[in-house]
Design a protein around this ligand. Sequence first.
Ligand code: UT7
Length: 327
Amino acid sequence: MVYAAITGIGASIPKDVLTNEELSKIVDTNDEWIMTRVGIKERHILKGEGKGVSVMGTEAVNELLEKTNVKPEDIEVVIFATTTPDYGFPAAAVLVAEACGIKNAFAFDIQAACSGFIYALEVASNFIRSGRYKKVIVVAGDKMSSITNYKDRTTCPLFGDAVGAVLLEPTEEKLGIVDTILHTDGVGIPHLNMKGGGSAYPASAETIANDMHYVYQEGQPVFKHAVTKMADVSAEIAERNQLSKDDIDWFIPHQANIRIIEAAAKRLSLPAEKVIINIENYGNTSAGTIPVCLYEYEKKFKKGDNIILAAFGAGFTWGSVYLKWAY
Ligand code: UT7
């Protein structure tokens, strides 16, 4: 049996920071509301004319190649999970491959909103398990600042920019991606979307006037679904793999709201020290939240650690991955 192991990780966090204090000068909000209702203190913003998500993707992949000592020409597949590609087309993955000198791979994007990283992991894992590919890169993350309406206080405190990248390689040991559960339910379509700029409503003076190129979110229904679905799927994957709370070394939930994270952790009966939380310093970077957590905690992980990933996002899309750390 072949498993797909994560054998390295890189990330790109933009240096510019937008604090709650600064936000409260732009919209009617305050640090106390954002910290107690969501748990965010600051978020990173990619600034600069013409700089899209691939700028962060390229930085993350370059770091990954350097750390793993893998040559760009040996990479066979590049998958970029993002909702904020640089252009309508070609894919952000193509831009990253070109910028990193990855010449012998095929590259494409996956769009699964905040669940993008775990969706892409499942796809990449099956490329490896098929036996056909030996070096697959998953890049994941977003430039959420490019679709955030900084006049809307109900959404603008939530989001930030960041990208992470992992390398997947085959192993005969039981390491890497052991199990995955993914779901989609269109019940979420009206509650979380961005209608402008696609084929239904291409950009026009009207779509701009109606704010259709920004994230639209009805917070409460999304919150309700996120709390139950993320907790349910995490419990399901633990149960299906006979993992008790003592067997789980780390829980890495999508970072959208501290209250959603705490509810999911409680459902698994996990103590705080096993739950990875960095929402305070990044906000919700959509597909970027989980790989950035992995990146920050990489040095604390030990070979064989049992890690549960869980995500929830627009669609709705959600799911969970049971990962055994491979190094
Ligand atoms: O990653 C993709 C998935 N997305 C999520 O998981 C997000 C899920 N949703 C949430 O995390 C929460 O619903 C939000 C953080 C978006 C909102 O929190 P909430 O506790 O659901 O607040 P609410 O929308 O019920 O609003 C409560 C009050 C309202 O005032 P009234 O009507 O009670 O007077 C809002 O107008 O808070 C007000 N409010 C704010 N006040 C200060 C909303 N935004 C702000 C703000 N600052 N930024």
